[in-house]
Design a protein around this ligand. Sequence first.
Ligand code: HEM
Length: 123
Amino acid sequence: MFDNTHAHITTWAIAIILFIVAVMLHKAGNKKATKIVQMILRVFYLLIITTGVILFVRHSSFDPALYGMKFLFGLIVIAMMEMILVRLKRDKNTGIFWLLLIVSFLITFYLGARLPLNWNWFA
Ligand code: HEM
């Protein structure tokens, strides 16, 4: 958990699935189930951040700037998922937030895979 990224990958992969399920449940008009999935998703936000912070504390001295960017964009991905679900619930426009979610996810993924642990595709 501390020197490999498996726990971190597991938490964000599950979170993305829960996010998609929540959006689908919302579109299907199932308010109660959407709320339950969103509550579970929020627990996963905390798990992503916890596993991410542990990796950050232990490894960021290798390249503080890049690790700092990874931290920031990881938080933006979480914020955008939360924003989209809250705005869907209030029937507000979500277009720009989908764009921000996809862009910040791609950047976060790139940075994660570029940093030295485990996947090291772009170094
Ligand atoms: C949904 C949001 C997030 C996604 C999609 C994501 C994605 C990734 C990916 C793809 C990796 C590379 C895994 C590997 O090489 O095996 C990674 C590693 C990492 N992530 Fe995240 N992450 C997210 C959120 C966060 C947050 C919020 C933090 C900080 C609190 C964080 C900190 C880290 C750190 C420190 C690493 C290790 C990088 C390395 O040394 O290779 N991540 N993440």
